[in-house]
Design a protein around this ligand. Sequence first.
Ligand code: BTN
Length: 269
Amino acid sequence: MSNHHDSLLAEGWLPLLTTRYMGRGQVQVLHEATSTNTLLKQMALSGAPAGSLCLCETQTAGKGRLGRGWHSPAGQGLWLSVLLRPRIQPEQAPLVTLCAALAMAQAVNEVTGLDARIKWPNDLVLEGKKLCGILLEIGFGGEGIDYIVVGTGLNVRRGAYPAELAHQATSIEDHMAPPARRELLVRYLAALEETIARLEQGGFAAIAQDYRARSCTLGSTVKVSGSEDFTGTAEDIDETGALLVRDESGTLHRVLAGDVSVRGVMGYV
Ligand code: BTN
């Protein structure tokens, strides 16, 4: 249950916000939600401004990538969605995923000192186990992107993930006494505002160096599963956010999406 020392009520964190717009606008803090992404999407469609957010203590129908679910037990994590209306081209939308991963990795690192790494495109891992998942939902309008809902599920306490996932999931509490979730929230919102501004001004090139420095994928052996399956070495990320993987025959592949396993991470040996 929610613990009063770790409240997510807006009166506890709004005064700490250092942002211009991120985390402002319409702010919905709930005990229980079906999915914060679903709720925020509805708010986006009724005109909520960029920076609006929805967060809750527990989700009854938390959504993960690729149609999977997401465990969201009460008080154990940061189950959060933020609304963006970025001024970027529609084909740049996948880059927002990379921005969110970078912002969360920076926030975790700044608040806890832990070395959170990004598994391309957007999982955060700590010592090879998943700490945070990110799910983007994008709405297109007449003139391009109407809204992007960025949902993050950060495992703060050990109870965030079920025991049977302990071989591939982790939480901050598995490494240290966890900080108040509002500290992670405030730092994340600041970092997200900054990475999105950089993306709007300079494209991926503007965040590439910071993203690469936090990657646990570049330089590693990866297994790509999708329309074709192969193993290779992840060499770089291009300006569209695609992962460049050289297979064993020396051919370079541009991987846009799909499942990429990184050797040594989340159970791939
Ligand atoms: C993944 O599969 O890795 C993505 C998980 C994303 C979970 C978060 S929790 C807050 C937001 N609301 C949802 O329903 N999903 C995202």
